[in-house]
Design a protein around this ligand. Sequence first.
Ligand code: UT7
Length: 311
Amino acid sequence: MATGIIGVGHYLPEDILTNKDLEKMVDTTDEWIRTRTGIETRHIAKNEESTFDLAYQAAINALAHANIEAEQLDMILVATVTADQSFPSLACQLQAKLGASQASAMDISAACSGFIYGVITAKQFIDGGVYKNILVIGADKLSKITDWTDRNTCVLFGDGAGAAIVSEVSEDKGILSFELGADGSGGNALHQEDNKIRMNGREVFKFAVRKMPESAEKVVEKAGFTKSDVDYLIPHQANVRIMEAARERLGLPKKKMAYSVNKYGNTSAASIPISLSEDVHEGKIKDGDLIVLVGFGGGLTWGAMTLRWGK
Ligand code: UT7
């Protein structure tokens, strides 16, 4: 047996904030945001809707898609930088609400790379034969730590959650290679200060256009494939210019790359699982496809994996 993903789900809050809305809030234009980032709209959670609420909905959807009950979960991992409290963890809160009585639970802090860190952590427990089903969630409500007066950051982010059930799959499917990395010396380029996101956009951009393509290429090679074997790429949805760098390095046509940054902005740890879930449910990812997931984020961190889709 191998370790893979047997179900996915996602959730986005209802309210939509457009570039036109942002023009009224800070000195920016729809044209600037679209051409520099690819973002047109983002979903923003209401005040009373917490990161927990987003994560819960995504979890319910993933459990239904995998056709398993919460009692069958052995572990819950939540990748987030916006948990409602530092403790108890969001994962423990979910364990209670879902009724996942057999599951251990913890949060993972790796910013936008968190979902990949979570899936690869889950893989170790399943490969080792310790656990069978692990719920991995990427959930963030960045709107609550966004400085809505800072045009350098407030145009970029959105709220949302995506989830996956990591489990045993047949030998020819599942996760084939991965890479996780960190460079703490670059931490100041993207950090939280006085409860707000602070970012040196140009620094993060330079790091990301180097790391995402490099890491994507590396995991394809590690799995013993060539770029032409790749069917689909899911990059962290931060900025279309960064995503394009990864797509071009793998030599893929545009339609073979997940693209939701235009609708949802950068949803941090949620961006990769939202795209994965959406594209699986829309039939863009099919049984047997070789897909590459790749992300980068605060820390600085990065992560990538190749995955043969299916059970
Ligand atoms: O999950 C990881 C999270 N972070 C990221 O992914 C961020 C990565 N970085 C980026 O995506 C890009 O660097 C940005 C989108 C943040 C900025 O794009 P850029 O092409 O790197 O622009 P820049 O930082 O070089 O700024 C160009 C100009 C500046 O004006 P001056 O100094 O040339 O006069 C900025 O002040 O654009 C200005 N600017 C804006 N103008 C209108 C910055 N933000 C805005 C804005 N509207 N919202």
